[in-house]
Design a protein around this ligand. Structure first.
Ligand code: ACO
Length: 448
């Protein structure tokens, strides 16, 4: 199959959010800590009527309807999520309700889990299936769905929630450059969820930042190496039009792009100008470990990379800044932001993606954007996702209500035998919501 990739996308995020500015005041943090320090504007969150299953149901139904896809045309459904609702029954099986109704139970695939990387694993599974001899001609469907919540403390403002659904097949407008891929996987305790009684992770914030940047360096080196071997020329940031990063919070994305510039400098690529060489020169003697600790290096690279960041990275930061970390959906929500902002000029361009999941697993890969017919044109994808209206029609809640909601959710996590308020007044039409968890832990949903 040729040009296998993403044919269509839909994104859903909860309509409730808190302002990071208000969170700073509420938490007694210094002014600017969350907005400038972390680079975040708002944070979306699920209330007791929403969870990863309801968000997944909403995203999938909306994608099928808006692109006119018959549920019978789906041959593989893969879910990426790190929000565990059941240790055995996959989230995918909940989504099967949509397909069973139409008589389609012939759908392969289950869930992929490793922190924020599960969505990428799910996407690769679908792409590989379409490229394989077991492909039966139908579409693959990937769902990344997560609710990111943290215990009170410095990590709490880096929460968020969303689901992204992506239709996979050949002749796609968002085509994989499958040959160029660099991965880095290793054993780390930077962010993990060993306490099965709590939804909150155990997180070593500083370590997670370093692990992320180390994985980025390693993946970029391998990506460049593969490119150079196959294309016979150097790869540098000048060779991609956009870079899209997994976005736990925007500041890390700014640091990451600076790091790529430093990597280009160390590899002595031809696109680095003399002024940059001069400014980064003093840092070339740092050991690798020292380079992750150096504040001066961080500042210098961020400053030097700023014009390129504005052109190649900033267009992909809108939704992550407005919604927060969406774990598996973060990278694809960032990509959705790029489509939203640049759909009319993307054809022919290369987009480099960096996926990171703590623990840790990471891959850098790339897309080549192609011109396709309706309904799979970029213009239509942007129209369907309707990001501007979705952001505009949200409801702001004060931090006190957010904290109250978190307390209720702590209580409800893993619980049985309760009915929710069924209050769907703030949900937009077509949104699924949780109505009940019965005495056998069975979950029930309704659609607004
Ligand atoms: N104005 C402007 N900037 C400020 C202010 C202020 N008033 N106060 C602090 N800052 C800056 C700091 O200088 C720092 O920026 P820097 O990194 O450029 O130096 C930034 O705000 C964060 O402040 P810190 O004190 O360094 O960190 P904090 O203790 O608040 O924790 C962290 C931040 C580690 C990101 C925490 O929120 C966390 O653990 N989050 C979850 C883990 C995470 O997302 N890791 C990323 C990869 S793993 C994953 O995807 C889950």
């Amino acid at each position: 199959q040729k040009n296998v990739g993403i044919l269509a996308m839909e994104i859903y995020f909860p309509s409730l959010f808190v302002q990071q500015e208000a969170m700073e005041v509420h938490d007694g943090a210094s002014k600017g800590k969350y907005t400038i320090g972390l680079g975040q504007d708002c944070m979306a969150f699920c209330t007791e009527v929403e969870d990863v299953i309801s968000m997944g149901l909403t995203a999938v139904t909306s994608l099928l309807t808006k692109y006119g896809i018959d549920p019978k045309q789906i041959g593989r459904l893969e879910v990426g999520s790190e929000t565990v609702i059941d240790k055995s029954k996959s989230t995918k099986t909940f989504l099967m309700q949509i397909f069973e109704e139409c008589g389609n139970t012939d759908i392969e695939g289950v869930d992929s889990t490793n922190a924020c990387y599960g969505g990428t694993a799910a996407l690769f599974n679908c792409v590989n299936w379409v490229e394989s001899s077991s492909w039966d001609g139908r579409y693959g469907l990937v769902v990344c769905t997560d609710s990111a919540v943290y215990a009170e403390g410095p990590a709490r403002p880096t929460g968020g929630a969303a689901a992204v659904a992506m239709l996979v097949g050949p002749d796609a407008p968002i085509a994989f450059e499958s040959k160029f891929r660099g991965s880095h996987m290793s054993h780390a305790y930077d962010f993990y969820k060993p306490n099965l009684a709590s939804e909150y992770p155990v997180v070593d914030g500083k370590l997670s930042q370093t692990c992320y940047l180390m994985a980025l360096d390693s993946c970029y080196k391998r990506y460049c190496h593969k490119y150079e071997r196959l294309e016979g020329k150097q790869f540098s940031i000048a060779d991609a039009d956009y870079f899209v990063f997994h976005s736990p919070y925007n500041k890390l994305v700014q640091k990451s792009f600076g790091r790529l510039l430093f990597s280009d400098f160390l590899r002595n690529v031809s696109s680095i100008d003399e002024a940059t060489k001069e400014k980064l020169g003093p840092f070339s003697t740092l050991t690798v470990d020292e380079s992750y600790q150096s504040r001066d290096l961080e500042k210098a690279t961020q400053q030097l990379a700023k014009p390129l960041y504005d052109a190649k990275v900033q267009p992909a930061t809108l939704i992550p800044k407005q919604v927060g970390n969406m774990y598996t959906a973060s990278l694809y929500a960032a990509f959705a932001s790029l489509i939203h902002n640049k759909h009319s000029t993307l054809v022919g361009q290369r987009v480099v993606m960096f996926s990171y999941g703590s623990g840790l697993t990471a891959t850098m890969f790339s897309f080549r954007i192609r011109d396709c017919e309706h309904p799979f044109s970029l213009k239509n994808i942007a129209t369907v996702m309707n990001v501007a209206d979705k952001l505009k029609s949200r409801h702001e809640f004060p931090p006190e209500n957010f904290v109250e909601t978190m307390k209720l959710m702590e209580h409800r996590y893993g619980a049985k035998d309760f009915v929710t308020s069924k209050d769907c007044s703030l949900l937009s039409p077509g949104t699924y919501y949780l109505t009940e968890v019965d005495s056998m832990y069975r979950r029930f949903y309704a659609k607004k």
